[in-house]
Ligand binder design. Sequence first.
Ligand SMILES: Cc1cc2nc3c(=O)[nH]c(=O)nc-3n(C[C@H](O)[C@H](O)[C@H](O)COP(=O)(O)OP(=O)(O)OC[C@H]3O[C@@H](n4cnc5c(N)ncnc54)[C@H](O)[C@@H]3O)c2cc1C
Length: 495
Amino acid sequence: MKKAIVIGSGIAGLACSLRLQKQGYLVTVIEKNSYPGGKLHSINKKGYRFDMGPSLFTMPKLVTELFELFDENPDTYFKYKKKEVVCHYFWPDGSRFTSVANPKQWVSDASIFFNEKASKLERYLKKSALKYKVTAPLFIENSLHELKTYLSWKTAYALLKIPNLDIFKSLDHYNKSQFKSVKLQQFFNRFATYNGSSPYQASAVLSMIPSLEMLQGTYFPYEGMQAISQSLYHFAEEKGVQFLLEHKVTEIICKENKATGVQIQGLNGVESSVIHADIVVSNADVYHTYEHLLPHLKTPKKIKTQERSSSGLIFYWGIRKEFSELDLHNIFFSENYQKEFEDIFEHQRAPEDPTIYINISSKEKATDAPQGCENWFVMINVPANSGQDWALIREKAKEQIIKKLNKLLHIQLETLIETEEFLDPIKIEENTAAFGGALYGTSSNNTQAAFLRQSNRSKHIKNLFFCGGSAHPGGGIPLCLHSAKITANLIESQS
Ligand SMILES: Cc1cc2nc3c(=O)[nH]c(=O)nc-3n(C[C@H](O)[C@H](O)[C@H](O)COP(=O)(O)OP(=O)(O)OC[C@H]3O[C@@H](n4cnc5c(N)ncnc54)[C@H](O)[C@@H]3O)c2cc1C
């Protein structure tokens, strides 16, 4: 029986392990942490449960198809529901907009609130869906680095449509050309943050993202976001995937430019052994893989120099009160959006006036907080770590966040915080080996970003593959699941 090793149990590692198991490999996943899931995991504190990482769930089919691959009913393992309200938006002037999942209703609500013609809004969403349909087969569902991708008719169609995709405009430039409402421009600009980029630099091809959220919908797993990784982990174990938790891969062993296994080390740092395999898949951050696991290979320049995506500063607050004006997803916009992204990407500093995102899973799953309380995941976008003073930044950000929320929600938040945890870029890197604590690998702030991302098959080492947020096609749960699928397909086609 052929053996496969997957380094890391992030969402892509879990998905890839299942796909390889299905192909008949004997799969071992090696994970340095005591828990599976990487960024997708949760903690409990004083009666509150917090999802630590992802909070927005779209395209659930990409998860359920993993159960279906084994002819199992996904409902037995993983249940989720569609959200009717997508997000509550708040602006500094006190105005509020509720974004709903029903596209007709959304157009009607938005045309009133933003004072834009309904036909313009409909056209924008239609074009957004078309952009996704045209580009997904080329940029998301297949390898960009294999000749055969370019020989398919879908790719030829995508290439033909390039002039209609607004690739060479920035997302902000495109949104400004579509709408006069500054608030609506900001609303659609925010979608660049879904892969950790700046709307003022990233291509307008990202205007495809709203169609995924607004036309296909957003979802919530009944047991919280951690149920995505937990259910896949238990399912993989049931199907025979072996997990070695609390073991770190210290080297990918290569003979004559061919991966033949890995060197692993237990948490005590002493016990060390070698596991042989026919193929090795790294779900660890690409930079970490090159710099630390492939000592005999020079890290490619593009891996070293590519701009990282944004990171996050997150407070997990147990709040001793319930708020009827808030829902699962809530956004409190900054006054000057452009300045916020200049701070993050040009000056590498935490924004002076950050947009605040609050996720409250207890709105959907009441047991996530004690009665009468809410579990707040409060996040601002910050740059990836490049040596900033994060303790100082955290202290200042907490003050700013509290001040802003006090003003807009008419509360004294500081008196309501019962418990606190936090994540910053340093902790994110410590927990998951993500270089600089970037949330989504590399940014998409230039038009070549998709082509510069690590390919799923190593060009230097035979039988070595990459999947996850820092490899093609990029970060975020849906793209990581595509990454796992592309990688597994490449492995299948070579065996
Ligand atoms: C705060 C936050 C908010 C986010 N919000 C969203 C969201 O709302 N929606 C969304 O879709 N995405 C979101 N993301 C992004 C999303 O979480 C990631 O893109 C995705 O989870 C990355 O998965 P991955 O497969 O790349 O693996 P990761 O989650 O990065 O896991 C990699 C795993 O590899 C392990 N590992 C690394 N090196 C080694 C080694 N040498 N030996 C053994 N194990 C190793 C790590 O311990 C880790 O468990 C968010 C991320 C964060 C942190």
